[in-house]
Design a protein around this ligand. Structure first.
Ligand SMILES: Cc1cc2nc3c(=O)[nH]c(=O)nc-3n(C[C@H](O)[C@H](O)[C@H](O)COP(=O)(O)OP(=O)(O)OC[C@H]3O[C@@H](n4cnc5c(N)ncnc54)[C@H](O)[C@@H]3O)c2cc1C
Length: 340
């Protein structure tokens, strides 16, 4: 693959990474955004897509998914280039002060600045521990929220993400049979979610099976049924065409720890003027960074991204301070936003 030259590469397409695109755009800096997930939104779209957020300035309420959609709309004028489904595995500083960034897909970026917006690390779904079942991943077995055209759907998990997905699928009313499978008949979710699940079970729109997957049946290369073992030890066959598992995500700081950055308890240390790391030209914003008083909140990430973008402009333009302009009145910013 041909290396991609760039002024800015952002590792992570969560809210911090997305707003970083916006702030860099106002500084006339185009960004490439890389995420190990197949979609943007980070924790918001992965851990709580349908839950309300109440503390985004000027947005009294929005869900994780909605916030992601709005951020993507806001950064559209700056035409960021997304490289999804690939993890940044290596960062090396070059003799000219630029950085060589390599992803798990083999793509190399040669960039003048790097923004680490890696949140709590790259998300890895906890996998089902059932021998051989991994062969169906991506076809009939999915981890987390994923569009589905299933007719016989089994959803595994006992937390809010599994329950929210079950509710959404029941309400879409296109799947013939939906079964929620959990090792016990007890769930961890907000009361409103639990109430809705109870209603759906009472109307038999949603079936419940208590037990664990201990095997499966297949016909040629198709998964056709799960063997479920109940807590008392008896087994049953559960037919299905699609399996969605919500066993949680384990964020792994992963390769970020190897890039020569000063860390404090797996967080990247930054200053609070530029949100720059110990390596000039590498910034860190959002949940991944740490500094005195750090709060892991989206609104704090937005502030960090704003100051980091100003610092990036100064870094790229040989220490010329980037002037402060208002989007309300600046013709230049309005042109960049595609308004004039
Ligand atoms: C259930 C829940 C509810 C919450 N509610 C609120 C709330 O109401 N208000 C609020 O302010 N905050 C809330 N938060 C916290 C908020 O979601 C986080 O502060 C926010 O998501 C941090 O954004 P981020 O972009 O820094 O990181 P993330 O959202 O974690 O995104 C980081 C992205 O970087 C990617 N990544 C990491 N390493 C790599 C790599 N090496 N290569 C490629 N990609 C990589 C990850 O895959 C991920 O997509 C909540 C969190 C949870 C779990």
């Amino acid at each position: 693959m041909i290396p991609i030259p760039s002024d800015a590469v952002i590792v992570g397409a969560g809210p911090a990474g997305l707003f970083q695109v916006f702030q860099l755009g106002l500084q006339e800096i185009h960004a490439h955004v890389i995420d190990s997930l197949p979609h943007a939104g980070g924790q918001c779209s992965t851990l709580y897509p349908d839950k309300p957020i109440y503390d985004i300035p000027a947005l009294p309420v929005c869900t994780g998914r909605e916030l992601t959609t709005r951020l993507l709309a806001q950064i559209k004028p700056f035409k960021p280039t997304f490289h999804l489904d690939q993890e940044v595995i290596q960062v090396e500083k070059l003799a000219n002060g630029h950085f060589e960034v390599t992803t798990s897909a083999g793509q190399i970026f040669l960039t003048r600045t790097l923004f680490i917006a890696g949140g709590v690390g790259s998300f890895q779904a906890r996998e089902l521990q059932v021998e051989g079942i991994a062969q169906f991943r991506g076809t009939q077995l999915h981890y987390g929220v994923h569009d589905t055209a299933a007719q016989q759907l089994v959803i595994v998990g006992g937390e809010a993400a599994a329950l929210d997905f079950a509710i959404t699928q029941c309400e879409k009313n296109v799947t013939t049979s939906i079964t929620l499978l959990h090792r016990r008949d007890h769930f961890q979710a907000p009361p409103a979610t639990l109430d809705r699940i109870t209603q759906l079970r009472l109307t038999q729109r949603l079936q419940m099976v208590v037990g664990q997957i201990t095997g499966f049946a297949q016909s040629r290369d198709r998964l056709t049924a799960l063997r479920i073992t109940a807590p008392q030890g008896d087994t049953q066959q559960l037919p299905l065409d699609t399996l969605h598992a919500f066993l949680g995500l384990s964020p792994k700081l992963g390769p970020i720890a190897q890039w020569g950055l000063n860390l404090d308890k797996k967080q990247v240390q930054v200053d609070t003027e530029k949100f720059q790391t110990n390596i000039p030209g590498i910034f860190a914003v959002g949940d991944i960074n740490t500094y005195p008083g750090k709060k892991r909140l989206i609104t704090c990430a937005f502030h960090e991204a704003t100051l980091a973008a100003f610092a990036c402009a100064t870094h790229i333009h040989a220490d010329l301070a980037a002037p402060l302009q208002y989007t309300t009145t600046s013709k230049k910013l309005q042109r960049l936003l595609g308004l004039t």
